[in-house]
Design a binder for this molecule. Structure first.
Ligand SMILES: N[C@@H](CCC(=O)N[C@@H](CS)C(=O)NCC(=O)O)C(=O)O
Length: 198
């Protein structure tokens, strides 16, 4: 299975992290984002949205980090990471949506501004983060994991841009329960980090 990937991408790291935790082998294919490879012909045939990560499983192509997590957990993982029941799946998808929206629009976009100099609305990203972090802290005050009382792909989707928040000038340290959840993820067997994760 090929993962079209970039070391510094938190979205790609969601997939690398889950694969490491679940013991799934991936062949990483580096995409030259700075050189615009993701906006040219061959790559656009894989993902017309011109974004990484993309997974190619023997010709079956999946785009979007959340979709890739669901695919891998279904196809190659086991029920620990992605349950069969509707209620459990819905609980996880709710958190995948938070990863794709609030976490991405808040800490993720703040990092795009500070680390990469992208012309994003930093104040808006800070505002989203300021609303999000207390919500997450309150959740993790009552729960060890995002969903189902155990590590799932929801944790893998939420973790990267929260663990990288400092690279966007977003301070998570006042949120102790959120930090303790991140420490629990780092302690999972098979955990791998990425550049910027302390
Ligand atoms: N919703 C997508 C977002 C993917 C995304 O934004 N990827 C970034 C790299 S982290 C990218 O390819 N950016 C280039 C672009 O949007 O032009 C996902 O979760 O995979």
């Amino acid at each position: 299975m090929k993962l079209y990937d970039l070391d510094l991408s938190g979205n790609c790291y969601k997939v690398r992290l889950f694969a490491a935790l679940a013991g799934i082998a991936l062949e990483r294919v580096a995409v030259d984002l700075m050189g615009g490879e993701h906006k040219r012909g061959p790559f656009l045939e894989l993902n017309p949205f011109g974004q990484i990560p993309v997974l190619d499983d023997a010709g079956h192509v999946v785009r979007d980090s959340q979709a890739i997590l669901v695919y891998l957990a279904n196809r190659h993982g086991d029920e620990r990471w992605w349950p069969k029941d509707a209620a459990g799946q819905a609980e996880i998808v709710g958190w995948l949506a938070v990863a794709a929206h609030e976490v991405s629009d808040g800490p993720g976009r703040a990092r795009l501004a500070d680390k990469f100099g992208f012309p994003v609305d930093k104040a808006a990203a800070e505002g989203v983060s300021a609303r999000l972090l207390p919500l997450l802290d309150a959740h993790f005050a009552r729960h060890d994991w995002a969903a189902l009382g155990r590590p799932t792909i929801a944790d893998c989707a939420l973790f990267p841009y929260l663990a990288l928040a400092h690279e966007g000038g977003i301070d998570v340290t006042p949120h102790g329960d959120l930090c303790r959840w991140m420490a629990r993820i780092k302690a999972l067997p098979g955990f791998v980090a990425m550049p910027g994760i302390r």
